[in-house]
Write a protein that binds this ligand. Structure first.
Ligand SMILES: *[C@@H]1O[C@H](CO)[C@@H](O)[C@H](O)[C@H]1NC(C)=O
Length: 438
């Protein structure tokens, strides 16, 4: 059976009641009271800033340099190409080797390649480097330290890439600029203080999942809602305006003007809300077999990327995850079969299951097509469920997150030998490109 879109119940939403205003507040009392409150808040912020924030601070740099022992390839121009991904991972690994194992290198957080561009004798690299140092340090002093560590490594370390020293420049940038640079790359998660989120190592278990801990942990997660009927399905943000979801979500209603999309870790209140302009279902979606359960929704106005709203990367069509790869599913769906929608986003770690296993007589008995991907556990328990439909199944490749599946169907939720079945995104990479240009 398919996860039917859920019915909205008023009881699931918190109600806020406002007290009636009293006559006690004449203007003078009100002014004095406001003044006192402002003063108290000011002092409190001062104290907190002094003891907590002043301690360590993030410093961001834009590094630009030339690598001379490799040749530029055309696919380096495409950030989702295998070539770009592999090369940038190599460069990022090298930076972490340079800075992690140096004296005072514990202060290196991470680096991200922004751009690879051709040079007559090699490849030009543009990347962001992030460090944490005591806030009393100056950006210029840290810059000198960073340059010293790098130049030292060029002399003493065997590095896979030859960095041309004269071409190396380092520019201090603020968090806003850093964020804008990273926005050119998909699948990156940040906390509100612009520190990259650590990889999710959680083994906690949407059925047997846990509430998502932080705003910004799954910034591509969308709640698709029918006006007047509330949350129906999940979806994933893949650009400023496009959402990817499941075709079956629109079974009841395909009229875009009846749908809204919200972002953020709670349904109410949402962090950002948009109306829907257009809905595109896969031409060969079959309700009976769940084949090609994929759809696109376009927002009427674009969203700005932030720590809370970010797009997920689409994997190259050639990428295949081996069985037992750790992946994460997120959603506002129920935690038990036929249970209510959750107002707070939940996440669960599941593992990919090979089609040979999933298609077995004792599992889904030949119902699995090449466009489907199974994930969960053969022993059951951890699974997606009703209301999670359309939502993301994502894979973390060195802190860049890729959308590998769309929650599609399953027999009940969390039963043994009945894992979740997802739309295999790689299979529809060309279809997505043909409709959106992404
Ligand atoms: C699953 O089994 C059915 C029936 O044997 C077959 O038609 C189908 O192609 C199989 N799926 C895959 C992905 O091989």
């Amino acid at each position: 059976t398919m996860y039917a879109p859920v019915e909205f119940s008023e009881d699931d939403y918190p109600r806020v009641e406002y007290q009636r205003r009293q006559q006690f507040w004449d203007p003078i009392r009100l002014a004095l009271f406001t003044l006192a409150i402002v003063a108290i808040i000011g002092i409190a912020i001062g104290i907190v800033t002094h003891f907590v924030v002043e301690d360590d601070k993030s410093f961001y740099y834009l590094a630009s340099f030339k690598v001379t022992n490799i040749k530029y390839k055309e696919n380096y121009g495409m950030r989702n190409s295998r070539e770009f991904i592999e090369r940038s991972h190599q460069i990022e690994r090298m930076m972490s080797r340079i800075f992690r194992h140096s004296s005072g290198g514990g202060r290196f957080i991470k680096s991200h390649v922004i751009k690879l561009s051709p040079d007559e004798n090699g490849v030009n690299i543009l990347m962001v480097l992030m460090f944490r140092y005591p806030s009393t340090d100056s950006a210029e002093r840290i810059k000198k330290k960073v340059e010293r560590i790098l130049y030292q490594s060029l002399k003493t370390k065997q590095l896979p890439l030859t960095i041309n020293k004269p071409s190396f420049t380092l520019t201090s940038i603020d968090s806003k600029k850093m964020r804008n640079l990273l926005n050119s790359r998909c699948g990156i998660r940040m906390t509100s203080s612009n520190i990259p989120l650590p990889a999710s190592s959680s083994t906690e278990r949407i059925v047997q999942g846990r509430e998502t801990a932080m705003e910004g942990e799954w910034p591509w997660q969308v709640s698709l809602q029918l006006i007047g009927a509330g949350h129906q399905c999940g979806a994933s943000l893949i650009s400023n305006t496009w959402l990817l979801t499941a075709a079956h979500c629109f079974h009841k209603n395909k009229d875009p003007s009846q749908w809204i999309a919200t972002f953020g870790v709670t349904i109410t209140p949402p962090a950002v809300q948009r109306s829907v302009e257009k809905i595109i279902l896969h031409e060969n979606y079959h309700r009976e077999t769940n084949e090609n359960d994929i759809a696109l929704a376009q927002l009427t106005t674009r969203v700005e990327f932030s720590n809370v709203v970010q797009r997920v990367c689409l994997p190259d069509s050639s990428i295949r995850l081996p069985p037992k790869t750790s992946v994460f599913v997120t959603g506002f769906g129920s935690v038990i079969d036929d249970g209510p929608i959750q107002n707070k986003l939940r996440q669960a770690r599941v593992e990919t299951i090979g089609t040979d296993v999933c298609n077995r007589t004792d599992v889904y008995d030949g119902l699995i097509t090449p466009g489907m991907l199974c994930a969960g556990f053969m022993e059951g328990k951890v699974d997606a469920c009703k209301g999670d439909s359309g939502g993301p199944l994502v894979y973390d490749n060195r802190d860049i997150w890729y959308l590998v599946g769309i929650v599609s169907w399953g027999q009940s939720c969390g039963l043994p030998k009945k894992p979740g079945v997802y739309t295999r995104v790689t299979q529809y990479r060309d279809w997505i490109a043909s409709k959106t240009g992404i």
